[in-house]
Ligand binder design. Sequence first.
Ligand SMILES: Nc1ncnc2c1ncn2[C@@H]1O[C@H](COP(=O)(O)OP(=O)(O)OP(=O)(O)O)[C@@H](O)[C@H]1O
Length: 873
Amino acid sequence: MAGNKLKSKKVEKKSPPPPDPGVLKPDKEADVKMKELVKDERTHKVVGTILLLLSVYLLIAFTSYLFTWDEDQSLLCKACPNILFRDDVVVENALGRLGAFLSNWFFFNGFGIASYLFCYLFFIFGINAIVGRRVFRPWRNIKYILFGLIYISTTASFLAHTAEFPFGGALGDAINHWITGFIGKIGMALLIFVAGFAWVIYKFNVDFKWPEKKVKPPKEKSKIVLPQEELELNPMLQEDDPAGEGVVEEMLPAKPNKLKDNGNIHVSFPNQEDGFEDGYELVEKDQEEHHISYVPPKSSPHDSADADEELPAKELAIPPFETTPASKAKHAVPLDEELSLEINPGREEAAAAENDAVHEELTPITTSADPLDPYEPTLDLRDYKHPGIDLLAVHGSEKITQDTSELEKNKNQIIETLKNYDIHIQKISATVGPTVTLYEIVPAAGVRISKIKNLEDDIALSLAALGIRIIAPIPGKGTIGIEVPNVKKTIVSLRNLIASDKFQNSTMDLPVAIGKKIDNENFIADLAKMPHLLMAGATGQGKSVGINTLLVSLLYKKHPSQLKFILVDPKKVELSLYKLIEKHFLAKLPGEEDAIITDTKKVIHTLNALCIEMDLRYDLLKEAGTRNIREYNNKFVQRKLNPQKGHRYLPFIVLVVDEFADLIMTAGKEVEMPIARLAQLARAVGIHLIIATQRPSVNIITGTIKANFPARIAFKVSSKVDSRTILDTGGAEQLIGQGDMLISYNGELVRLQCAFVDTPEVEEIAEFIGQQRGYTDAYMLPEYVDEKDMESKEFALSERDSLFEDAARVIVQSQQGSTSLLQRRMKLGYNRAGRLMDQLEAAGIVGPSMGSKAREVHVKTEADLEEILNDLL
Ligand SMILES: Nc1ncnc2c1ncn2[C@@H]1O[C@H](COP(=O)(O)OP(=O)(O)OP(=O)(O)O)[C@@H](O)[C@H]1O
């Protein structure tokens, strides 16, 4: 009990005295209210308005003082300091006694005419407070105002020391008096001059250039990249950038520039890859001043993967390109000249080479009786002509237009927004692309990248722009990218991509011109290396155009003997245009009327037939001892493979499915399984898939499908979840539509503007190809018979095929129970070979089907077989 007492006493002692609500609460509330009041936006606006009023009041009072100072000053002296409260004193100042008093105080007792700077001071603070953000930079302006007060008042006092009017005010007079006494009048004059000059240098970073010998730039590069005017304007460019790379960051450090770290902007308008425009840049020396100067545009950069396609330097040394009016170019000139018109600035040589290349492909190789001559697959259609570039149109103006004021505005807003969150940046540069501008930021040391990433929404809000995307950091660059959509977008015409050297000189198996990167580099990839492509995007965002772009690129590059398409179009209208090229470029099931597949049942059959084609091709590759279609075709062309043994030249097959979701909904696994199988295995035998869908949900793009489609394209999708499904990351929901896309390829995510090709152009191209002599029919896929149908049939031995015995001998001799072997050796369709195999199984010659493996052969010798056959008779 005693212990308890003690305890309770202790507790009592320790516990704080009961709060006195009467005393504490009101204080806290007052504190909170005060804070709220200070933070309140309305308070800021009221304070801002008062400051603006004060600024205007002082301006009027000061100006009035200039005319009335004489009369008022004498009154002020007499009545001073009580003039403010003396009703009997009548002053001349337009703003009464207060105006006269303040003006006198500022001018006479203070700073003379420099007092006007106070009007400016109140004005900028007033505006900042009303607008709610730092329209004017307070500290920078305070610095200028302080300097101005001292400099202007001193200078005015020095220059007008005999005048009665207080030009320099008490401050100016005092400084002037002291310095003049110290260094004399001449010294004072020099000091004023030097100080003024120093300020001008500091503010405008005046460039003192001693006329110097022009260094002759390397001929080739300068001709392409530097406009002549700019060379004369700024010879430094030649020295800083002899390689013509147009990298501003490399040029600027040559001039020490203190302000450079203070939010400079470098804007480069990268070259339109094929030379339709020269790039230029805007270099800001200070946040308030900038100048625009031309910089050399990048000379057609190439993907590392395509480095081998880079033109030799000689070809680059060609005079600048002249842009030809698109309409003229389109109709007035035939193919060859036309190509030369559209190709990279001053690349006539390259163009000539390119046209030669085109000719090479077109010129039939003379038929030779010598069987040792390499086989030429294009000979079947030796007169086939590739579509000309004139069938493609130029859409809109090819010039990338970007308002410098828009760039400035965005830059300032980015800097401001980041600054509001205490993120300081060292440098900001902008690259203007066809759809978006990439602002690249180098943050100040110690700024965490995740912090910027987290501000994505705030920056988007402050820029009031849709489609903003933050890349933190830009891989391999160590900078942070902010992509902001351009107010004015540029359409990227497929024509320019097709005409580019990169495409024309490409040695890729299946080159596809997809679009332009943000730096205007053409994005041309090899579908054969992708090796399959998954495309998704909400309706109306550019999927169909994207598919047409891919198909048309391939049609421009390939001969009908080298490529076949299988087109699956559940929507029935998107791909119907390609019907015209059925006998040249399409593949279909035997006995089918329409080569464009619209019916789900037929899709299943076609996919399975394609799987059989794949298996057959693998058999051929195996027999030829080759690992892929390239090696196989090379061997075949060199006549090392015997056509009598079933060998043939294998064209690439590209399966295109427009609207995959629809197929999965109606056929589910029956479609998913063959697609997954093809995606896993078909690459080596030259079968590639392009699958598009509007609905990139997980039940459509399943794990199995996704795992086998490493290359993925996302147009704008409706949600982040969809973006994740297709790209494994967000971002596609922030695209701006109309062909704006993200491509995930080779482990990189790249934003592109998809090349645009319109339906009438596709129609013209299809007509151009369709009207030429083609094969007698479309490319025939192997026959496919539904296994379920096969199983239900019972073969009576009496109904044996007439080739039964021959088939049995082939199987026993080779000891391989393979249907495709029967097909090849006996030149049979899949159906008949399959039926024969079933009959052989029923006769006990081979075992049951083992999926993709060959059946077991039960009869080991020909003698045994003959015995069995005799028994069967
Ligand atoms: N690359 C592009 N450049 C410019 N505009 C484009 C581009 N791609 C698409 N567009 C514009 O967007 C419109 C819709 O494009 P498209 O028909 O390809 O959409 P979609 O995604 O296939 O729609 P849906 O799924 O309904 O068929 C086009 O008519 C065109 O005006």
